[in-house]
Write a protein that binds this ligand. Structure first.
Ligand code: PLP
Ligand code: TYF
Length: 393
């Protein structure tokens, strides 16, 4: 049966990680996969997570199934993080999923069920998995103008002009904060404008938020999403605990449906559970149990928030340090790095220039020009600055 299969296409980011591991050069630098690293180049388990794990180890008495929706305390906690203080909070329902990846797929399946001829509009460019996941669910994918390679910022005018053409059969996917891959976020005014367009033309906003806390802070990073949720009847959200809780491999996330009433949101939740039953049935428990433990304990929440502030601070100082080093070497052409949010920046380097970074400098970045700022160690800043300037000349 399987002999007729052709070879699989490799994931461009995951295959870069494999190539990095195999590189024997001592000064190699991994700016590829989106994983937060500290000054030692490690991705440690967060203190709050360690404490919650110890608590769970001491108190958990069973590994029996939890249920289709996963941990309901976790689900509530995710809605609190994203929607507290909005009118949407009381008309939303959440389902725990295997990462935001699981949420993206479940929400795509839900859209396909409700309206099979839906078109999902993605930012150009967008997270590598958005298109394959939406298409695998049977949806049509289209891109809207987003990143301006000249300014390295969002081209809001072009974006809004195109989104003005989206209608009731369309879904517009937005990144909640810290846009992957570009690092260029829309402004609060853009959130307001997109909300107005959605209300006027009837498209459904779909927010993917995987880096809450890495851009401008936990509250600020949800401000656009909250405004939209407050001012719109229907909207869907995929959220991740991979980055801001460092729970990557525990596959922890949630799908949230906001509707005009709690009853409608619960109905959609029920259909997601039915879809989940026919795919993975139930999400893995551990990561969600850890997050629920942290977010229902004031002391642990405070520990977690402090750690998140420190991670955010490191990203800011790396961005400032790299921009300064490049300026010291005589160029202001990378000043945009300091303006970008979160872990990533699209540098504008071509695939050939990215290849030179790898061959000549042992610096691994994604072929689309994306660098993961968190992969940089402080003592490597000058080296990276020189490499970027050398290949871009
Ligand atoms: N959405 C975006 C925008 C991402 O960058 C990522 C990557 O981590 C995901 C979703 C998937 O995250 P998860 O690990 O929670 O599946
Ligand atoms: O963009 C990134 O690097 C992260 C991690 O198939 C990732 O979102 C990369 C590729 C992939 C899944 C996750």
């Amino acid at each position: 049966m399987f002999k007729q299969l052709t070879q699989a296409q490799l994931d461009p980011i995951l295959s870069l990680s494999i190539a990095y591991r195999e590189d024997r050069r001592a000064d190699k630098m991994d700016l590829g996969i989106g994983v937060y690293r500290n000054s030692q180049g490690e991705t440690p388990i967060m203190q709050a997570v360690q404490q919650a794990q110890q608590y769970l180890l001491a108190t958990q008495t069973t590994k029996a199934y939890v249920g289709l929706a996963g941990n309901e305390v976790f689900n509530q906690s995710m809605m609190n993080l994203l929607l507290s203080g909005t009118s949407a909070h009381s008309r939303a329902a959440a389902v725990q999923t295997p990462g935001a990846s699981g949420a993206l797929r479940m929400l795509a399946d839900l859209m396909c069920l409700a309206q099979p001829d839906t078109t999902v509009w993605l930012t150009n460019p967008s997270y590598v998995n958005h298109k394959p996941v939406m298409e695998a669910a049977g949806l049509t994918v289209k891109y809207y103008p987003y990143f301006d390679y000249a300014t390295k910022q969002v081209n809001s005018d072009a974006m809004l002009a195109e989104l003005a053409k989206a209608g009731p059969k369309d879904v517009v996917l937005l990144h909640g904060c810290c846009h992957n891959p570009t690092g260029a976020d829309i402004s609060f005014a853009d959130w307001q404008a997109v909300t107005a367009l959605a209300n006027k033309n009837g498209f459904l906003p779909f927010v993917d938020i995987a880096y809450q806390g890495f851009g401008d802070g936990l509250e600020q990073d949800a401000a656009g999403l909250k405004y939209m949720a407050d001012n719109i009847e229907e909207m869907i959200v995929a959220t991740s605990c991979s980055k801001n809780f460092g729970l990557y491999r525990e596959r922890t996330g949630a799908a949230i449906v906001i509707s005009d009433s709690l009853q409608e949101a619960q109905k959609a939740k029920g259909r997601i559970l039915q879809l989940a039953r026919s795919t993975y049935t139930m999400p893995p428990d551990h990561g969600a149990a850890v997050v629920a433990t942290i977010l229902t304990d004031d002391d642990l929440t405070a520990v977690w928030k402090q750690e998140l502030v420190e991670m955010h601070g490191r990203l800011l100082s790396l961005r400032a340090g790299l921009t300064k080093a490049i300026r010291a070497q005589g160029s202001d052409s990378f000043d945009f790095i300091e303006k970008h949010k979160g872990m990533f920046s699209v540098t504008g380097l071509s695939p050939e220039q990215i290849e030179r970074l790898r061959k000549e400098f042992a610096i691994y970045a994604v072929g689309d020009g994306r660098v993961n700022i968190a992969g940089l160690q402080e003592q490597q800043i000058d080296y990276l600055a020189n490499a970027l300037l050398t290949v871009s000349q």
